[in-house]
Write a protein that binds this ligand. Structure first.
Ligand SMILES: [Mg+2]
Length: 296
């Protein structure tokens, strides 16, 4: 367990300057930090001030579902320039991982349309579906047919996952040489105002359990994903990165796994819940980016 996190607003001006001098790069989560349903107050100002202090700014999100247009609209509403160009999400990391291996076979994707589109834009052949499974149980045997063209199974957020897709993914993964990669592992989705529900990672978990295979995780909190985000940002020293997030399991753990400094914003959970976490605490915390703006 780390020591007690420090409230940035409790620092003296000298201590705050020391904090500011301790990093060169800001990596920020998006949902719950930059926006919830709407852009959060003063976020554009915060990142502009960070740039004025000589920091580079990058965004790292597990949210694969938003389209490029949707991300661009959200960044625009938040008054953040070039946000999408500075963004890393799981499909970029999955494509990067496969490209680095010079992967030539086909991917079977249990994933949203955005992920599939990004894989294809990187020249990766991708097979998906069926959107609907058969109505009769006897017909499910068709989904147990192997396809030797498939060299990797990718599970990322898929709101249209079904039993047929799970059967297919597990069938391909029976061959040990088939890679198993996954995006977001978020067990729950937070809707704000204390509301949350199961996330798409439950489907990945079912595929993992039935195939007896563990996926290579290319999303927060995996170190591999943190290192990919660094590579994309042209950063080599993780200790010079401040990671800002609102979730311990994804953001703060990613920071700890990769060696970043961590700042937790209490957008979705109260301070008591943050402190009650059994294994992980951030280095710093604050209520919101807006609360830090007057200090910059
Ligand atoms: Mg978040």
């Amino acid at each position: 367990m780390n020591s007690m996190p420090v409230n940035l607003l409790d620092l003296s001006p000298g201590e705050f300057k020391k904090f500011l001098d301790s990093f060169d790069h800001v990596f920020s989560d998006c949902d719950g930090v930059v926006w919830t349903t709407k852009a959060l107050p003063r976020v554009g100002e915060f990142f502009n001030l960070m740039k004025k202090h000589g920091k580079t700014v990058h965004f790292v999100s597990n949210n694969s579902v938003r389209s490029r247009q949707n991300y661009e609209d959200k960044f625009k509403e938040a008054k953040i320039e070039n946000g999408y160009q500075s963004l890393t999400t799981p499909p970029f990391a999955i494509a990067g991982y496969l490209k680095a291996l010079n992967f030539k076979k086909k991917v079977y994707a249990v994933a949203c349309d955005v992920t599939v589109k990004i894989l294809k834009s990187h020249g990766i052949k991708t097979k998906t579906g069926p959107v609907l499974g058969a109505d009769i149980f006897d017909d499910y045997v068709q989904y147990l047919e192997d396809d030797p063209e498939i060299g990797a199974v990718v599970c990322d957020c898929d709101f249209k996952a079904n039993l047929a897709k799970i059967h297919k993914a597990v069938t391909y993964l029976r061959r040990p040489e088939v890679l198993f990669l996954c995006g977001a592992t978020d067990r729950r989705i937070h809707f704000g105002q204390g509301r949350s529900a199961l996330g798409c990672a439950i489907f990945t978990n079912v595929v993992s359990e039935d195939s007896n295979r563990s996926p290579i995780v290319l999303s927060k909190p995996s170190k591999l994903f943190g290192e990919f985000a660094m590579k994309r940002a042209g950063v080599t020293d993780p200790s010079k990165v401040l990671f800002i997030g609102d979730m311990i399991e994804q953001d703060i753990k990613l920071g700890k796994n990769t060696g970043f400094k961590t700042l937790m914003l209490l957008t979705n959970i109260p301070k008591e819940t943050m402190l009650a976490h059994k294994t992980t605490r951030p280095d710093f915390y604050a209520d919101s980016l807006a609360s830090i703006v007057p200090l910059l």
